[in-house]
Design a protein around this ligand. Sequence first.
Ligand code: ZN
Length: 276
Amino acid sequence: MAFSILHWLNYVSGTTKLQQKSELAVKADHVLKFCFDPELNHVQGRVQASMRDRSYHVNITLGENNTVVDGICDCVNGQDKCHHKASILLYGYKNVSKTDVRASWSQHPKRAPPKQTTTMEELFPPLPNIANYRATTRPVDETDVAFLCNKLNALGQFSAMLWIVSKEPPSPTLDVPTVEDLLLGEGYTGATDKIKWLKTNLAISKEKIEQVAQMTAGQRNNHLLALVRKNRLTASNFGKVLAAIRRNRFPPSLFKQILASYDLSTKDAIVWGVSN
Ligand SMILES: [Zn+2]
């Protein structure tokens, strides 16, 4: 069976919109792919969407008496009549010759013009009178910055810049020795039995532990906790150490993990754990 204009006419009959849209689409080269199998009376194609940067797959089976038995398109109207299917039918009529051979066309996928990035400046060009505005002709110095900060601070919460201009809150300090400090300190380098010295000095009293717990509420976001935990075997990595001892294998990756060289905070599993 060959394609007849009647396939298309029967399909679009009664709807001028379908007729017009499919004619326009074929004229505009919107049929990107076309493959007709005369033995199965089946046609497969791809049609560029009219307004969007995408294309739809169309499958049509032709029936007796120039009808369409079955047609699917993956656009929103795909189960019903749509102009993509009509376009394929019209394209078939215009391009499939009368000889019953498998016919296939594929043109270079035509896409909407590449998306362009528009900057804020391009979207909202500054008015000419404020484009190069300067409040003063002399160079800005520290006093000017302090003056502005004071003014903004006086506005309080009404100024969105309050947090930027406010002074940083004093950060609390912990007198828990960090492993790094201990290892780099004179006590360690001067000690005769280094292991014993380290064991004694690493130990933290119960009060200290409670103090750390109080000050580091909020845990993982608290940089103090990160500081204290660094290089110590904590609950989160203790299991790995035990496993390594059991296997009697101590790969470099183990030390990397313990010494916190791996940043796992962006891994999906960790992100999930943090946000749930
Ligand atoms: Zn469609």
